[in-house]
Design a protein. Structure first.
Length: 242
């Protein structure tokens, strides 16, 4: 047994112990992420289950929680549309089409009217995706502006392309002054055409966290069992030599 306390074997024991503790902690980390995912899904379901509120009733200084249903009327400004690049729909690549909505009081809201395919962005898909003219009433979900947006140096579609919904970048590329809250369209009167396709709500499942946690716990247990068998075999070999 003394051989198991040599310098090399001590390093081996410490390494295995470290790996077991590390994998067990990864398992519990995945369980914490599972709890966070469940809590987030509950918040989203609760928010979306509420009746739509008038956008004008919302506080201009305190953005509402994400996924808050709202209804608002105004007029689209199709001359200042933008694209949010690298968005998929049913495994197809494309972009979100963002159109400013001007309210009666002069405020401007960025509205994600929906998703357009890459071919439309490139000009090969000639389907009409223009915004309805005149006054529109829309229902949608509110989200807060995201910082860190970047503007693409070149755009195939001739529209400004950004990587995220950043109101400050919208101001920069259009010259307008956008609200910090933006809306993802769900329904509209009058209705728009086939394009853009309204962005669906993401799947509110629990994700892979539970299966990942089980895997990490399995790996840690397997490591202990395998290392025990290695030690047992070495002990038997040394006993035979003696």
């Amino acid at each position: 047994m003394r051989r198991f306390f040599s310098f090399a074997w001590i390093l081996s024991h410490l390494f295995v112990l470290f790996m077991v503790v590390f994998m067990v902690n990864l398992g519990f980390w995945q369980l914490r992420r599972l709890d966070e995912r469940k809590a987030s899904n509950t918040e989203i379901r609760t928010a979306m289950a509420a009746d739509p509120v008038d956008f004008d009733s919302l506080s201009p200084t305190e953005p509402p929680p994400a996924y808050t249903p709202v209804v608002v009327s105004g007029q689209y400004d199709g001359s200042h549309e933008m694209l949010i690049a690298n968005r998929t729909f049913e495994s197809q690549s494309g972009s979100w089409l963002v159109t400013p909505l001007k309210l009666d009081d002069g405020r401007v809201i960025a509205v994600v009217r929906g998703w357009v395919p890459r071919l439309w962005v490139a000009g090969s898909d000639t389907r009409d995706a223009s915004a309805p003219s005149g006054r529109v009433t829309i229902e949608g979900l509110t989200f807060e502006s995201l910082a860190g947006g970047k503007v693409a140096s070149e755009s195939v579609a001739g529209l400004p392309e950004l990587n995220r919904m950043d109101a400050s970048r919208f101001d920069e590329v259009t010259g307008l002054s956008f609200e910090q809250t933006w809306i993802r369209l769900q329904a509209q009167v009058p209705e728009q055409g086939v394009l853009p396709v309204p962005v669906p709500v993401r799947d509110l499942d629990n994700g892979p966290h539970l299966s990942y946690a089980i895997q990490w716990f399995f790996f840690s247990t397997a490591t202990v069992v395998v290392y025990y068998l290695i030690l047992k075999r070495k002990s038997e070999e040394w006993a035979k030599e003696a």
